[in-house]
Design a protein around this ligand. Structure first.
Ligand code: ADP
Length: 790
């Protein structure tokens, strides 16, 4: 059995868990079924049931013009709409006390039983201008004594349709209410739920919009569904019983229905990526004008909503027709496939609309709107699924893009890291040739190799930095540094570069600069080096000038310092129009004039981002064909405020090696033979005794035999790495090399690497490729004075 006891126990448990889930699912389904069966097949005898009947007695009508006739409700009388009309009927014999006649109308009327005025309603006496426009139920009280009496309804409205008589009901109060809930309840609550659902959708859409900072079409879709469901809700005759308002609902129903198409139009516009935007804008403007004009006309009493209804319906029909036509067009052109789910949703809504119309025509007592409500649910579900699928797709695409970008950066970083090692070897060997050879030809070639490798190194380092900045891994590491040393080094390099090109190099270094500052020295050097190299690169004759000064920022502490560094040249300058492209990555300007000048277009992009990261400012002032000045201001902290005094750069003497120390012993540990060889040869001139070790194991043995003045220890070694080796070494206390300084050698030139290695117990750190001069400088610091010659 290859499954352990533990393994099989766990799979048993998860199997049981799955099984348990199925049991609960089955139970739930059974329960729902049982409920439905119980509800439909085992109904209770009614409790507190009221009674209600439809009034099917004969009505007689007579208009003021003398037109007459009789009918059974519901009926539309063949008379002029606004003719005053009186309708009468003989009340039935089954009236009890507390019976009500429920008359559904939106028209002013007076109801008499015999000569007794039982009810009167004035539609225009509402609190809103234009009066009530909603048909509602009025309950006219009658009683057993009224049996056989004549009921007369007088309608004298001059602006509304007097010809309509809707269904008339009579019964006790409970019966009437129950009847209405049975008729309209399902639609009402399904629709109420839709209102809340669409409101929730709108809120979620808006939140997503805020969080993702981009428009979310969901908001439009849900506002459309909200508008339709709000309209159906307002139009329901249950509204008057639940919200007790029959003036405001009618008005808002009309106003809402005029605006309903707008969110749908806008939603489709985003789905169709603006292909029909002009047309849609036109439609929206027309709808907006209709809304304003008809509303004003209604409230000023010029033309009531009721009378504008036909116009509203026509406009709505046109809108739906246009949208449907465009959708068909999109199908033909193949665009519609992208939002086919939405299409299905709209189709469902359309079918529900047709079903609705058929129900209205063929089923007499059908409560309006139920089919449309379900159609809206269909649209809501389809459109929601569509939106979610699309958001998921978009999310996937962004994730892919992010991963691709990360992969690119990692690749760049790895590549440049790998390339640095062989460059190091080439550079090291070449430096040895330069030192040893006296043949002119060889020296010349070796000099060129050195230039080329230096160039290559700059490019590789730029790419490394760039990928680090891109992936947000570039860190600013602050430490104390001596300004003078930094400036000396920079001036030395700039001097060499300038004179190699026949340019004059000048420097103006303020004597008040503080001796030591706290900041990221490596990055400041890099910034200045970039600017100086560019100045030399893009200048063919004249001068390159480095100016460094500083000041205390206003309102800062005495330790705050603003270091201001300026590099000017008399070179080709930069055109005004190119200025804003200057700091973009991979941008190279004025290709015509700069033909033949090497570069990646990364230098300034890196420089400006480094300056940004140090909360500094970089600015350029340039005149085309006259020269440029790049200025960098960086906030730093003063560590030692003594002024550096007047700065003078003196070139190092002719002596090739910085020192000679034949008595000194250095151990070099590296698994790479070539590296060992390079270090050994680089140190030849110093005459120090160099011993080589191919690995950490060998080193640990070697240090028990011989006392060394410095150990150079490679970090990346296969069996045991440098950090572990150092740990081992420190553990073996009491050996010969307890106090020997150890220098870490590594290709890791990451920001903060030095601090990291010092923390791990190394005394110094050198990045590969190893620079001969730097190596000598470091050794000079560690080799005991008495072992140094002269
Ligand atoms: P690269 O020098 O590798 O092309 P940079 O990012 O350092 O990239 O510079 C971008 C562009 O800005 C250069 O290609 C050059 O056209 C222009 N430029 C930079 N420094 C100077 C300067 N001192 N004088 C004139 N043009 C410059």
């Amino acid at each position: 059995m290859d499954k352990g006891i533990y393994g099989s126990a766990e799979s048993n448990q998860s199997r049981f868990n799955r099984w348990l889930g199925f049991v609960f699912l089955a139970l739930s389904i059974l329960q729902v079924l049982a409920f439905l069966i119980g509800h439909f097949f085992f109904r209770n005898d009614p409790i507190n049931e009221g009674w209600v009947k439809e009034y099917t007695g004969v009505w007689k009508f007579e208009t003021s013009d003398g037109e007459k006739g009789s009918f059974i409700a519901p009926f539309v009388m063949p008379i002029a709409d606004d003719a005053a009309v009186t309708i009468t009927t003989t009340l039935p014999e089954d009236l009890t006390d507390r019976t009500y006649f429920a008359i559904f109308t939106g028209i002013s009327m007076k109801v008499y039983v015999g000569d007794d005025l039982r009810y009167s309603y004035d539609a225009k006496s509402g609190r809103f201008p234009g009066g009530s426009v909603k048909a509602v139920y009025f309950f006219v009280p009658v009683n057993s004594a009224d049996c056989g009496k004549t009921m007369t309804i007088v309608r004298e409205d001059t602006y509304a349709s007097n010809s309509n008589v809707n269904e008339v009901l009579y019964g006790d109060y409970a019966g009437l209410i129950q009847y209405m809930f049975h008729q309209d309840g399902v639609k009402y609550f399904a629709n109420l739920f839709l209102v809340f659902l669409s409101m929730a959708g709108m809120v979620i859409g808006m939140l997503m919009r805020i969080l993702q900072k981009r428009p979310n079409p969901m908001v439009l879709l849900y506002s459309g569904i909200f508008a339709v469901s709000a309209w159906i809700l307002l139009d329901s005759y249950l509204f008057q019983f639940i919200f007790r308002n029959y003036e405001i609902d009618g008005l808002f129903a009309y106003m809402t229905i005029m605006l309903v198409p707008i969110p749908f139009i806008r939603y489709l516009d985003t789905e169709q990526e603006g292909r029909y935007q002009k047309l849609y804008i036109g439609m929206e403007v027309v709808l907006g004008v209709q809304y304003i004009v008809l509303t004003v006309l209604h409230f000023t009493g010029v033309c009531f909503f009721f009378d504008s209804q036909l116009f509203m319906n026509i406009l709505m029909g046109v809108c739906i027709g246009v949208l449907a036509a465009i959708y068909l067009l999109e199908w033909v052109q193949g665009y519609a496939k992208r939002y086919y789910l939405l299409g299905i949703g709209l189709l469902i809504l359309m079918i529900s609309g047709i079903v609705e119309l058929m129900l209205i025509f063929f089923v007499v007592r059908y409560s309006y709107g139920l089919s449309v409500v379900f159609g809206m649910y269909g649209l809501l579900i389809m459109a929601t699924v569509h939106t979610i699928l699309r958001l998921m797709k978009r999310e996937k695409e962004t994730n892919l893009a992010i991963t691709a970008n990360e992969m690119k950066n990692t690749f760049l970083a790895n590549m440049s890291h790998e390339i640095r090692t062989p460059i190091g070897v080439i550079r090291g060997l070449d430096e040895m040739i330069l030192r040893e050879s006296s043949e002119k030809n060889v020296l010349e070639s070796a000099g060129k190799i050195q230039d080329a490798t230096d160039n290559l190194l700059v490019i590789v380092n730029d790419i490394l930095d760039f990928s680090r900045i891109e992936s947000g891994r570039m860190e600013i590491v602050k430490g104390a540094y001596a300004l003078k040393n930094m400036i000396t080094d920079l001036v030395s390099v700039a001097q060499d570069k300038a004179s190699a090109k026949g340019l004059e190099f000048k420097y103006e270094i303020s004597r008040d600069l503080p001796e030591e500052l706290i900041g990221d020295e490596t990055r400041i050097r890099q910034i200045l080096m970039n600017l100086l190299s560019n100045a030399v690169k893009y200048t063919s004759s004249g001068t390159v000038t480095l100016r460094i000064e500083g000041s205390h920022p206003m309102g800062g502490t005495p330790d705050d310092y603003l270091l201001r560094m300026e590099v000017s040249d008399t070179g080709i300058g930069i055109r005004e129009k190119d200025m804003d492209r200057l700091f973009r990555s991979f941008e190279r300007l004025d290709r015509e004039a700069n033909r033949g000048i090497e570069g990646t277009g990364l230098g300034l992009a890196i420089t400006s981002r480094l300056v940004d990261q140090m909360n500094g400012v970089i600015s350029v002032d340039s005149k085309y064909r006259e020269g440029s000045t790049f200025t960098v201001v960086l906030p730093q902290t003063i560590r030692r405020g003594n002024p550096i005094g007047s700065f003078r750069y003196t070139e190092r003497g002719e002596s090739k090696a910085l020192f000679t120390a034949p008595a000194a012993k250095v151990l070099v540990v590296d698994d790479n033979d070539m590296n060992l060889y390079v270090v050994k040869r680089l140190l030849e001139e110093t005459k120090v005794q160099v011993n080589l070790c191919p690995g950490a194991k060998e080193m640990l043995e070697e240090i028990t035999k011989e006392k060394y003045d410095v150990i150079l220890l490679d970090i990346m070694m296969p069996k045991m790495d440098g950090v572990t080796a150092l740990g081992e070494m420190k553990r073996k206390e009491g050996s010969l090399n307890d106090n020997t300084p150890v220098v870490a050698l590594t290709a890791n030139a990451l920001a903060g690497a030095r601090e990291g290695y010092l923390r791990q117990g190394f005394d110094e750190y050198m990045s590969k490729p190893i620079d001969g001069d730097l190596l000598e400088e470091i050794l000079l610091r560690f080799i005991p004075r008495e072992k140094l010659e002269n």
